[in-house]
Design a protein around this ligand. Structure first.
Ligand SMILES: C[S@@+](CC[C@H](N)C(=O)[O-])C[C@H]1O[C@@H](n2cnc3c(N)ncnc32)[C@H](O)[C@@H]1O
Length: 336
């Protein structure tokens, strides 16, 4: 069901509104998505049925750094939006924070990401992607937004004939939010993640989810970075991972993922628009060091160009945006 088809422009007057692109958004609902029982058992609530919420600038900011940056709302009242945006654009340089993080990992950015998702990042995201109520409202919003994205993927796959017997690679599988329902629906799932803690948690969750006597094939989960995945799969999914890839490495990674896919490549990323870039810079103005991760936005046309170079075209697209979470979702298929 189409719930919104709108176009907004970004201005100070609507900073908390949607990004300025025409787009359609499909509602996920309990009735429509019988396939996503895994998530329906969770305590995700309103955002599962609503991909867009009007929000204040301060609320949107923290999502870009995967929800890690908390902006004191009082700061906005005190400083004023215009002054803050100006200051953020010129003073808050995201490269400073990235460099600081990377230097603690011996200058290797990928090692920094790996270290984060094996330690403090694991603690944080294991809770966000879990069922505990002991999370902040920001984290709950991200949980719910992410669940909407996952449901959209499951819905697409269900509409396209289901996944029974289909080989699926879930690249950067996290705690198994997508891998597990796919496996329970009969897919042959390979899930890998740069973080051993994440991959192990995905395996643990699958065991907990799979019912005794289930005929589902147990997914193979392993700790491996995207670059090291080999083989071919009918479908390759890479959800909310490209945020960890700088633009200059994005095309190479998309090309690699496409080389693994035979029929379908589903990927999501945080889109780079003037709107989100401004908010990102403001977010950089209020870093919370121990929680923050690097975050890269990607221009949609760049991702499409990378897909085209790899012989793929975008067949379906979606956008999920809530107060703290936004994610552009593409399904790409071979161009010829
Ligand atoms: C925001 S989480 C998304 C997890 C999962 N795709 C989902 O949607 O539930 C990002 C994941 O990407 C993983 N990741 C980051 N860089 C990676 C890389 N180079 N190779 C493999 N996994 C990576 C992180 O460890 C983390 O689990």
């Amino acid at each position: 069901m189409i719930v919104s088809q709108s176009s907004h422009s970004c201005s100070l007057g609507n900073l908390g509104r949607r990004p300025g692109r025409s787009e359609q958004t499909t509602v996920s609902s309990r009735g429509q998505l019988a396939t996503s029982q895994f998530f329906l058992r969770r305590k995700s609530r309103a955002a599962r049925n609503s991909t867009v919420a009007s929000s204040s600038a301060s609320e949107v900011l923290s999502q870009i750094a995967d929800g890690a940056l908390a902006i004191p709302s009082s700061a906005f009242g005190a400083i004023g939006a215009l002054g803050l945006i100006g200051a953020a654009l010129f003073v808050a340089d995201p490269e400073k924070r990235r460099s600081a993080q990377t230097s603690t990992a011996g200058g290797d950015e990928k090692e920094a990401v790996k270290g984060y998702f094996n330690t403090v990042g694991f603690e944080r995201w294991n809770k966000i992607y879990g069922t505990t109520d002991e999370i902040s409202s920001v984290q709950m919003d991200i949980r719910e937004g992410h669940a909407v994205t996952v449901d959209k993927v499951l819905n697409w796959l269900a509409q396209e004939g289901g996944v029974k017997g289909v080989s699926v690679c879930d690249a950067g599988c996290g705690t198994g939010s997508l891998s597990i329902p796919l496996a329970l629906q009969g897919a042959k799932v390979y899930g890998s993640d740069i973080s051993e803690a994440m991959a192990n948690e995905a395996a643990r969750r699958y065991e907990a989810e799979a019912k005794a006597g289930s005929t589902a094939e147990t997914p193979k989960f392993e700790a491996k970075d995207l670059e090291s995945i080999s083989g071919t799969f009918h479908t390759v999914c890479c959800i909310d991972v490209l945020i960890h890839y700088p633009p200059e490495r994005m095309a190479e990674m998309v090309g690699h993922l496409a080389s693994l896919a035979e029929q379908r490549l589903i990927l999501s990323f945080a889109p780079s628009t003037p709107y989100y870039e401004v908010l990102k810079r403001i977010g950089e103005f209020f870093p919370k060091g121990s929680k923050a991760t690097r975050a890269y936005l990607h221009r949609e046309e760049d991702v499409e160009a990378a897909l085209a170079k790899a012989g793929y075209r975008v067949a379906k697209r979606e956008m999920t945006a809530s107060k703290f979470y936004f994610s552009r979702l593409f399904e790409a298929v071979p161009a010829s």
